[in-house]
Design a protein around this ligand. Structure first.
Ligand code: GRF
Length: 202
């Protein structure tokens, strides 16, 4: 499988996907890294690692117009799957539909809890004892879509949003490559995605 990774910033999850892909038995490769911010640190890392990159600021462009530019770049790179990794843009419906079942996202909470931003602070404020991260198929709704995998992360006394985020990030870096590898392998079974969609609809 050929994966396009969309980032907006640091790109540590992109790096986790990339380094995992260098294992001989990894079923995917990173074909391109695309950022909506030309100054995204992750973009420089991808370039230094020899991965093709593309940057296009979204500023001044309509959402669908911007997504169409990204889409063209993904298809030109012959991408089969898209992984969002800290990509801070809502996606247009056309783009989401075009990659249905083949686009995933990582989110730093145990979905369906805490969609959106400030997940760690919200978990602490709620008095949760467990946090975590989720990888899910991307649908039109923010941080929605069938969950493909989760890792639980304990909240410890004295945790702040920063310490919890740092620990959860370790779990993210383990989870994301594993789930992506599973998706590109298991979807060869035609019942797999249908089963997921049904489960989600219940
Ligand atoms: C991660 O915590 C991810 O779960 C969230 O945004 C953060 C991105 O970090 N969606 P990075 O750019 O992958 O380092």
């Amino acid at each position: 499988a050929r994966v396009g990774v969309l980032i907006s910033g640091r790109g540590s999850n992109m790096a986790a996907l990339l380094y995992a892909s260098r294992a001989a038995d990894c079923p995917y490769e990173i074909a391109i890294v695309i950022a909506n911010d030309p100054d995204a640190p992750g973009l420089a890392l991808a370039a230094a690692e020899g991965v093709p990159t593309f940057a296009q600021s979204h500023k001044g462009l309509k959402r669908a117009e911007f997504d169409a530019i990204v889409d063209v770049r993904l298809r030109a790179a012959e991408v089969s799957h898209v992984a969002l990794a800290g990509y801070m843009r809502l996606l247009s419906e056309g783009f989401v539909n075009g990659w249905a079942g083949r686009m995933i996202n990582i989110h730093p909470s145990l979905l369906p809890r805490y969609k959106g931003l400030d997940t760690h602070q919200r978990a602490l404020d709620a008095g949760d004892t467990v946090a975590g991260c989720s990888v899910h198929l991307v649908t039109a709704e923010l941080d929605d879509g069938p969950v493909l995998g989760q890792t639980r992360v304990a909240i410890v006394p004295g945790d702040t949003a920063a310490t919890l985020a740092a620990r959860t990030l370790i779990a993210e870096h383990q989870l994301y490559p594993r789930v992506l590898a599973e998706l590109v392998t298991r979807e060869r079974n035609p019942d797999y995605l249908l089963g997921l969609v049904r489960k989600h609809a219940l």
